[in-house]
Design a protein around this ligand. Sequence first.
Ligand code: ADE
Length: 287
Amino acid sequence: MNNCINSSRSGNLRLGIIRMNFHIMTLFPEMIEQGLSTSITGRAMNKGLISFDAVNIRDFSNDDKHHKVDDYTYGGGAGMLMQAQPIYDCYLSIVENIVSDSAKKAPRVIYVTPQGQVFNQKMAADFAAEEDLIFLCGHYEGVDERVLEEIVTDYVSIGDYVLTGGELPAMVMIDAISRLVPGVLNNDESAMTESFNNNLLEYPQYSRPEEWMGKKVPPILLSGDHKKVDEWRLEQSIIRTKERRPDLYEIWLSENPPKPEKKRRRRKKAAEQDADKASDTDLNKED
Ligand code: ADE
């Protein structure tokens, strides 16, 4: 049985908005539903901007009695392996639904695994351009390699540590992707200026009161001078990135090399000369 949580597709099509659909192959659909149906992802789902379809792999087991989906590993070794057949049948049922829906191509299939490429903001943006995405959440000691070869297009990890299953990593990725879907965040700007855009971390932010526990809000933020505020924020982003994520800072630096000193000095001198000329003209006018 599919546990599809979504809202009206036809409503969205009328408005010309394309909904992004997440299909999650899992042994724990309720975990996905509980994790994604609240907060911003829940609101986006209710607005019909995204949908989650948590499909229970166990429902595709050929073992009618125990609904078994795992077995011992050939060659020996500890633990059980998820078998190819239930996963493949689960995949086929999802793809059949998607493709019969319209003239769509088979969607990308992400296998969440510590052996994958480490997920980042750029990958989130890349995935957010898709209309349908399928996630495969593994459990036990892994998944039979043959079904991975057959269906998986992307192997993705959320970091260099091992979790008990793929549901949490899938939810992490779905959350990061969903918030890039147009309309999901209230304020478009918050997606533009946040951490990792241009490989810089976000600058520090402050709200009321102006002073808290003896700590004052940086005066420039109270000045009302938007240009200065923007300059200050960029400077803080650079400082913060250099301190906390030197790896990202190096990338940013390579893409934004400092302007050559000579040119800068020449430009400064020319600007000073222009200013002198302007003030001479003003003086002459006064004469
Ligand atoms: N499954 C178990 N650990 C994982 C990780 N770090 N990333 C993605 N999937 C996983």
